[in-house]
Design a protein around this ligand. Sequence first.
Ligand code: PAJ
Length: 281
Amino acid sequence: MKIVLTVNEARLAVRDARQQGKTIGFVPTMGALHEGHMSLVRAAKAGCDFVVASIFVNPTQFGPNEDLAKYPRTFEADRQKLEAEHVDLVFAPTVDEMYPQGAVTFVTAEGITDRLDGRSRPGHFRGVTTVVAKLFHIVEPDLAFFGQKDAAQAAIVRRMARDLMFPIEIVVAPIVREADGLALSSRNAYLSPAERTQATALSRALREAQSRYRSGEIDSTRLISAAQEVFASEPAVRVDYIEVVDPETLEPVAKATSGTLLAVAAFVGSTRLIDNVLLGA
Ligand code: PAJ
């Protein structure tokens, strides 16, 4: 496994692989790797000849009062996990490498980025689309792998790739969860033992809504109420949003159909967690 820190080295390594006729798979991450990330790496290994993973804590997607400084950075452990899966190339640039002095160009998707996390975290998705577009230009993969855990991010990246004509297939892999339902997240490391228990409220709320949908409830307001009832029994958890939306446009829908996205965000202590479910799936 080769590790490179610069854009030029990354380009050269990928071009070499492409010249050998290999298909390129790409898994962008911010590190602090867990089984959710590794499921994407394994999907990439299964579908591509040459797998590139990036590790870059992208400052432009963090708001001024968010956790950029304390975001977990565990490079050595990450390296070992990627090596064990036989990843071919790790691209771990510095902030200066990705944002050269004086960089003033951003990629913005409009409308869709004001929904769900985009509404709660203004500017967040502008940072995501900007860094993902830069990474796509550097790596030029055939396939790029994202997690359904960040459902809004996946929808926005898909739209950006289409709108900017990146010849890249966006693959979205299912959410990996702990045994008790909590979706794996690098931010789970912030939770105290008590908060860790309370955090299951997110997946329990989603399960409740899913089971109501399966019993025939399609009214979005009532599905949201079902989820809210679960949160009511966990007062230490503060709901940011619960929404029933179209999975591609992220626009709210009044009636759910098969594949409609029910997404939640909630604060457990000072840690903001997100989770979602595709109804009927
Ligand atoms: P990060 O939070 O490190 O996540 C990297 C990828 O792992 C994302 O596509 C995310 O959806 C996926 N992932 C995280 N937890 C998961 C889980 N429990 N199950 C399945 N997949 C999971 O998302 C980012 O980084 C950044 O925004 C990035 C795309 C790298 C741009 O900076």
